[in-house]
Design a binder for this molecule. Structure first.
Ligand SMILES: NC(=O)c1ccc[n+]([C@@H]2O[C@H](COP(=O)([O-])OP(=O)(O)OC[C@H]3O[C@@H](n4cnc5c(N)ncnc54)[C@H](O)[C@@H]3O)[C@@H](O)[C@H]2O)c1
Length: 381
């Protein structure tokens, strides 16, 4: 099979960049791909952050402190950018203006204005393909829920719930990091950090809230700053959004939650769709398990529990009985990005990464949530 090579650069060599780089190294895991990413260049202001890449990724021949040098390279076709949120607008726009395709991290701009700036730059550079990272829809269980939605299995939707929960911030001794600071993470706090993950599937199915009511909480007020002092935690720890969704033929409540302090949860992403004819629930807490319930009037109401095994959207060498994990979802998401970059609307996989338009919708939701909390009112979108 002839194969199209996409030469990647990475800007921001932290936690997420290592995940993505590792996915490029196990591309042979995927079957029947006609496209292959090759990571050739990295950029980070901290030289020590690039060492893992230069030590482990044989094709990385460019490692620079100034990302402009990476963007000047004719050997880079696409960039994965994973930097703190206050840098998204500047660096994403520079990437786009350099004519490089962009896989950006969420929230795709620290706030609505930054997101608009990125989308306007994309409009001015229509040859650039851009998507936002969101890997959880590529878990087999999430993908099954997507398939059921496409098949229209649910009947009248009763309600939808989606969330993303962490717990490490329950520990008040955890040192402060940029996610607790307004200047770096933005006013959205936990919503900017986790909201795109929660909204990706709902927005793909047209469930833009018509109105919402937000409950935002700050739970731990200050944290050790690593220099013997305490620093204020400025961002929201937890958020619950009660949304009213209206589609062409349906109206239903949708409860969205993003939490940095959900006791015991390490990286729990979940979606539940309950309908009159069919219901489905999936959570990464039980990554193999899909719960569904078909219902016909008068029948007994019995949930079914199915161990899904390794059945992601893009077929792999992994046996169907084995477990699927976070790094597999990154590999699947990168496959979707490369597939759509090369094939556009004719992409082979069934589900694409979050689009710039979806990031804009999610910014409208998060901005409305801030306004709802401030005014203690329901906000109409
Ligand atoms: N998709 C996911 O599941 C997921 C998970 C965690 C974080 N993220 C997102 O990824 C992004 C980065 O988060 P992270 O946890 O990897 O952060 P991180 O702090 O681990 O890494 C950020 C890196 O950016 C570098 N950097 C800062 N300024 C730079 C500049 N001007 N030029 C080049 N490099 C620069 C830092 O030195 C650091 O190495 C954020 O947008 C975050 O929301 C996504």
């Amino acid at each position: 099979m002839s194969e199209r090579l996409i030469r990647f650069g990475v800007i921001g060599c932290g936690l997420m960049a290592r995940e993505l780089a590792s996915a490029t190294q196990r591309w042979s895991h995927l079957l029947e791909m006609d496209v292959r990413p090759r990571l050739v260049a990295v950029a980070d202001t901290k030289p020590s952050s690039m060492r893992w890449f230069t030590d482990n990724i044989p094709d990385v021949t460019v490692a620079v402190n100034d990302y402009h040098e990476l963007l000047a390279s004719p050997d880079v076709d696409a960039v994965y950018c994973a930097v703190p949120h206050h840098l998204h607008a500047q660096i994403y726009c520079d990437i786009i203006r350099a004519g490089k395709h962009l896989l950006g991290e969420k929230p795709f701009g620290i706030d609505l204005a930054a997101n608009r700036q990125i989308l306007e730059t994309l409009q001015d550079n229509p040859r650039v393909f851009a998507r936002c990272s969101s890997e959880f829809p590529f878990f087999p269980g999430a993908y099954q829920v997507i398939k059921f939605l496409r098949e229209g299995r649910f009947g009248k939707v009763i309600e939808v719930e989606a969330g993303f929960w962490h717990s490490s911030d329950l520990n008040p001794d955890k040192p402060i990091n940029w996610k607790r600071q307004l200047a770096y993470n933005g006013e959205y706090g936990c919503m900017g950090d986790l909201g795109m993950h929660v909204l990706h599937i709902p927005l793909r199915f047209g469930w833009m809230p018509r109105s919402l009511w937000a409950l935002l909480s700050k739970i731990v007020a200050e944290r050790p700053d690593g220099a013997g002092n305490m620093a204020p935690c400025e961002t929201w720890d937890n958020a619950i959004l009660a949304c009213d969704v209206e589609t062409e033929d349906q109206q239903f409540p949708m409860l969205l939650s993003t939490k940095r302090i959900a006791p015991g949860e390490t990286n729990t992403w979940f979606i539940k769709v309950h309908g009159t004819a069919f219901s489905a629930e999936f959570s990464t807490k039980f990554p193999r398990t899909l719960r569904t319930m078909s219902y016909r009037p008068g029948d007994p109401q019995r949930w079914q529990v199915e161990d899904l095994g390794h059945t992601p959207p893009y077929p792999t060498i992994t046996g169907g009985i084995f477990e699927f994990g976070f790094s597999d979802s990154i590999l699947q998401m990168l496959a979707a990005f490369c597939d759509e970059l090369v094939h556009g609307d004719e992409m082979r996989g069934p589900f694409g990464c979050a689009t710039p338009e979806e990031t804009a919708q999610h910014h409208r939701v998060l901005t409305a949530a801030l306004e709802s909390h401030r005014s203690r009112q329901v906000i109409h979108l």
